[in-house]
Ligand binder design. Structure first.
Ligand code: SF4
Length: 328
């Protein structure tokens, strides 16, 4: 093909030669244009964006600040995700604000909505190949929510609400929002956040507590009561294991784990956010998985990146981590 233009469908398309440039190689620190840094002002963080930030500064900048997305194909979630969605929605419907009803009432309510919600939000579970999972869920989901109701009643906890949107402001312009699965209150009006998880194993959540890295729960605890600004107690309810898991001394927890308080985890989170934010405002972005040592990180990070920040990252081809390092 030659010439200065070509015609296509009645349109004239000009052809101009361009200079080829080398694709950039992997590097620990990238310079940010001023427009990118400017997008940091006025943004609102979430538990997910905090998790991105702690694991990799570049991931947070690209996904959360610059909102880079490769788009989504419509896809059917896997059975585990469907079961989690179903259990969450059933809990949302049967745990109404006020004192928790007796186990038998909760069981009746779960069974009454199970099939309707199954068809509405988790219908792929009705496929023949998932018959085993569905049969197990018909027993486990009601058992699990009945057990949760028993635990809440035993601890004298009332339901404040489910799927509650909360937003709060903190010093240095930090704005945070999130949706709480379940907010409860004891007789002394102390609030507690319970995050519902459908998971194969309790191990990950136990490790989060023991290593002081329960970032999602610490975030929800910090925003649960934005008017008073008092951090709430927090726990995970593991639906599959029927375990109410929290830190040692928690009024919510039934199974306790020794670890750093949620307030201390939150304080570390704020410090980490502040350090990385200032770094980006200074015009630099760090690919944490490529930055092999602490020279590339701000001083005194409250929480260091996880051990394998790139393991679940969708940006490997963008930061070019597997294509060799060109230095910083
Ligand atoms: S692959 Fe690793 S280094 Fe690259 S953006 Fe993701 S987490 Fe960061």
């Amino acid at each position: 093909m030659s010439g200065t233009h070509l015609e296509l469908a009645g349109r004239v398309l000009p052809r101009v030669g361009i200079a080829l440039t080398e694709r950039p190689g992997a590097q620990p620190v990238w310079n940010l244009p001023a427009e990118a840094s400017a997008k940091i002002a006025g943004r609102t963080e979430s538990a997910t964006s905090f998790e991105h930030l702690i694991d990799c500064h570049m991931r947070w900048m690209l996904l959360d600040v610059l909102r880079l997305s490769r788009g989504r194909f419509a896809e059917i979630p896997d059975a585990n995700q469907l079961l989690g969605n179903l259990a969450h929605e059933i809990a949302n419907q049967v745990l109404q604000p006020g004192p928790v009803e007796e186990a038998a009432v909760i069981a009746d309510k779960v069974n009454a909505v199970f099939d309707e919600l199954l068809g509405a939000i988790a219908s792929p579970l009705q496929q023949p190949e998932l018959a085993g999972e569905l049969a197990a869920a018909r027993v486990r989901v009601p058992d699990s929510l009945v057990r949760l109701a028993e635990l809440l009643r035993h601890k004298g906890l009332d339901v404040v609400g489910t799927e509650l949107e909360r937003a709060a402001s903190f010093p240095d312009g930090l704005e945070v929002q999130g949706r709480l699965d379940l907010l409860v209150r004891d007789a002394q009006q102390h609030l507690g956040v319970i995050d519902l998880k459908w998971t194969r194993s309790a191990k990950r959540r136990v490790t989060e507590f023991s290593e002081g890295r329960a970032f999602q729960l610490a975030t929800y605890s910090a925003i649960a009561d934005p008017e008073k600004g008092i951090p709430a107690d927090g726990a995970y309810y593991l639906l599959n294991q029927r375990q109410l898991l929290g830190l040692s001394g928690s009024r919510l927890a039934d199974d306790e784990v020794e670890g750093q308080s949620l307030a201390a985890t939150w304080a570390g989170l704020i410090g980490t956010w502040s350090s990385w934010r200032n770094f980006a405002l200074g015009g630099r972005m760090v690919a944490t998985g490529i930055a092999e040592n602490e020279i590339h990180r701000p001083d005194a990070l409250g929480h260091a990146p996880g051990e394998a920040p790139c393991q679940y990252c969708e940006l490997t081809s963008l930061c070019r981590i597997y294509e060799g390092t060109t230095g910083s």
